[in-house]
Design a protein around this ligand. Sequence first.
Ligand SMILES: [Zn+2]
Length: 419
Amino acid sequence: MSIGEFIDQLPIFDVHEHHMPATFLNRNVGLLDLLRQSYAGWTQERPYPLPSENREEDPMLTESAKSTWEEVAPYVEHSGSNHFVRNLVQGLDELYDLAGQGITEKNWQTLDAAIRERHLDSNWPHEVMRRAGVREIVTDIYAAPLLNAKRELGDHYRSVMRINGLAMAWHQDRRDHNGNGVGYFADEVGMRCGTFADFCILLERLVDTMEERNQVGLKNALAYDRDIQFDEPDEDLARRAWGNPMASAEERKAFGDFVVDRMCTLAGERDIPMQMHLGTAIIRGSHPLNVAGLIERHPKTRFLLMHLAYPWSAELLGMAFVYRNIWIDLTWSFLLSPSHFKRAFHEAIEVLPDESRMMMGGDNWHAEESFATFRTARNLIAEVLQEKIDSNYFRLEQAQGLAEKIFVTNAKSFFNVDF
Ligand SMILES: [Zn+2]
């Protein structure tokens, strides 16, 4: 069996998606929804504001009314060379039998009708994930970070608890870029949160109730809200921000730094992993080396660092060699740029201190894009491993062993979830 054939039959433990009931299980889905509510949508509009911008609504979560070719065309005619678009179009081609034509002015209405028809069946998204070979899924439901994914999406789902809404919540009117604030978290666990001391109790309560909600990790996506230079906690400075609409920039930053540090401490004490978004986001502050201090202060916390920190993959791998509490989530890197991914993945194989460190996910909203993403990931990982075999770096059996770890066994032990 070649490495490609071996990889094609591997089951997948998918460590990162944004499958959420409102989008993933929506019965009213057409072609334009799949384009907008995917990374292809990011070619038309960046869905998170920069510090210099304001945003009313998340363009990814707004439903599209009846669509026209004029709305579909920009994706395939002006952004057709972008890999997010290529990936999704190829996936749709395979799932909806487009005979290699992609999306055209001639076929788009038929395709739109077929997508709408399929989505009337509530089992369709699960069927697509099954066809992708995915067996277990950890999702990040940022629209409702405390939702019980196993209950809402199915038995094979777990979730992570995104902490952005807490780190950005120095004042009751403050929200993270997804609209979450401290009130949501307190209400969900039945607490009142008047004082800073209450807030500190809330943080611990949230971590201690994760298991009840089938949550298997924390998620720090603050790179979309602020810089990720998380300094040593200064509790006095953080307390000064609490409840203060006039808090200074320094106090607000100290508040976020304090929350992140506290959550890392709680996670370390309970052996709960922390996923962290690195790389492109609010790009002036999202370089991976910014989190080196945080990682060094928490040697007992297991960090799952995401996206090969694109475009700073070499820096991330350097960190993963130095700090032994780092795991690597390849998610999104193969979607952003296949050629960058191949180069970085070659390096990762060579540099990482042991084979338990890598895992992967889809990072998508709809099952169609997840399907496409795993097709791409299987192909690219097989290509790199074949190159490694051809250059006598290692033998076929070693390549197969590594692939199996990346696709399924590393995530099982990392999240302590079996199937
Ligand atoms: Zn994501």
